[in-house]
Design a protein around this ligand. Structure first.
Ligand SMILES: CC(C)=CCC/C(C)=C(\C)COP(=O)(O)OP(=O)(O)O
Length: 428
């Protein structure tokens, strides 16, 4: 789809968030969670039931208000609209709410999800990052005339929530630029026909976009054309610029890792384009494979870069680590599917999401498919949690830190989706 507080810092009684924050802040000696926030089940630690660290306050309380009813152009008025969550479960809905915290009318048609809590909420930091990001978007030329929508979407807040390990706005901004450029690639080439999106040109666009991350090295006489081609398209400019800025913090192996994740993301964009062109609804297993590659993995890949350390390639690419982290990435993207469902139903076009694919394959209502999608999400998060705990127990300190960062990223991502204007219920 085209892009067009009450402070929710972890509640004082929120024991695990406190522990995790302590570990992320580098304070040793956290009982029972040696260097691994949120993995109380790690070998050598006392088993703690999951519910102990996904407390009721971290769970949405809106179960059972589901987007049901007819879908398609002109039918949105017939559907049950999203219900606001209980005030005590909705940070930002009370007096003193800040921009970017969960607004009145936020989409609460999403069932309870098994997800860690977000570990901090610093609206001033989010605002700072968001302002700088919008300035950068203006410089690159992406989203002309729509920067107000970019601002309202508040990727600065996403970065602040998802990367609680640093409060350096420039580091958060480095990741934010990458995310916005990746999102713009989707909007411009896949979703928004007004910016030239269309299946016929998708491959051509993505091929050139890739060269913005991995420069083309032509024979000398074509070099000026290549340089001109990079400047000719705002998405290419944004991707190129985001990599240039990131180089301040990422070493070549981390940059190569991101480039790989983006190439994979682009394969996912192409996959979705082919379903659209052919009018084919994918099978559930196929869609899940898709949501692993058309996912937030490029964002998650920057967890160590943002926090100022380096997970070596041998551990990053260890198949066991890859399995755990890609499961987390898929889960985080299913959060997107659930929160963007109302928006995508209103678009009138063909939109793929796990609920729509499950409803088609399993012949159930969309409401039931939402519940089943939430169960899929939860299984992935449980599996990540279990496997990450085992990996953390035997891996390097950097791996422990990285897995903890991924866990924190999941919590920040969910919180951002709850509050972003991009997914707010129509009219809110
Ligand atoms: C930041 C990043 C890696 C984005 C690329 C993938 C992407 C756009 C998503 C995972 C979001 O999915 P979707 O296209 O459904 O986005 P919206 O729901 O329109 O926000």
């Amino acid at each position: 789809m085209s892009l067009l507080s009450r402070m929710s810092a972890p509640a004082a009684g929120h024991e695990v968030a406190r522990l995790a924050a302590a570990v992320l802040a580098g304070r040793p000696g956290v009982p029972g969670v040696p260097g691994v926030p949120g993995f109380p089940g790690a070998p050598g630690t006392a088993p703690v039931p999951a519910a102990a660290y996904v407390p009721p306050s971290a769970r949405l309380s809106s179960r059972s208000v589901l987007p049901t009813g007819p879908t398609g152009l002109g039918t949105s008025a017939l559907r049950i609209t999203a219900r606001r969550a209980e005030p005590d479960a909705v940070p930002g809905s009370g007096p003193g709410s800040v921009p970017g915290s969960v607004p009145e009318g936020a989409p609460d048609s999403v069932p309870d999800l098994y997800c860690p809590p977000h570990l901090r909420d610093d609206p001033a930091l989010a605002h700072e990052v968001n302002d700088r990001l919008v300035d950068w978007a203006a410089e690159t030329g992406i989203y002309p005339g729509r920067l107000d929508r970019v601002r309202a979407t508040d990727f600065g807040r996403l970065m602040m929530l998802a990367h609680p390990g640093t409060d350096d706005p420039e580091r958060l901004l480095a990741a934010a630029r990458c995310a916005l450029a990746e999102w713009a690639t989707d909007d411009y080439y896949c979703d928004d026909e007004t910016t030239g999106a269309g299946p016929a040109l998708l491959g051509a666009h993505l091929g050139l976009a890739y060269t913005a991350t991995d420069p083309s090295h032509p024979p000398a006489r074509h070099a000026p054309e290549v340089a001109q081609g990079l400047r000719a398209d705002p998405v290419r400019v944004a991707l190129r610029s985001s990599f240039e800025h990131l180089a301040r913090y990422a070493d070549p192996t981390q940059t190569a890792r991101l480039r790989h994740e983006i190439a994979v993301l682009f394969v996912g964009y192409g996959q979705e384009g082919s379903w659209r062109t052919s009018g084919r609804m994918p099978a559930v297993w196929e869609y899940l494979a898709h949501r692993q590659i058309n996912s937030f993995m490029p964002c998650i890949a920057l967890v160590d870069v943002v926090d100022g350390y380096r997970l070596g390639p041998a551990e990053y690419d260890d198949p066991r680590v890859r399995r755990a982290v890609t499961m987390a990435a898929t889960a985080s993207t299913l959060v997107n599917d659930l929160y963007s469902l109302a928006k995508e139903q209103d678009s009138g076009g063909v939109e793929f999401s796990l609920p729509t694919v499950i409803a088609a394959e399993e012949g159930c209502s969309l409401g039931e498919a939402v519940e089943r999608s939430a169960a899929v999400h939860d299984e992935l998060v449980h599996t990540f949690e279990r496997e990450a705990a085992a990996l953390a127990a035997t891996g390097s300190p950097e791996l422990r830190r990285f897995l903890a960062g991924v866990w924190a990223w999941l919590g920040g991502n969910r919180e951002w989706h709850r509050g972003s204007a991009r997914y707010a219920a129509p009219g809110s």
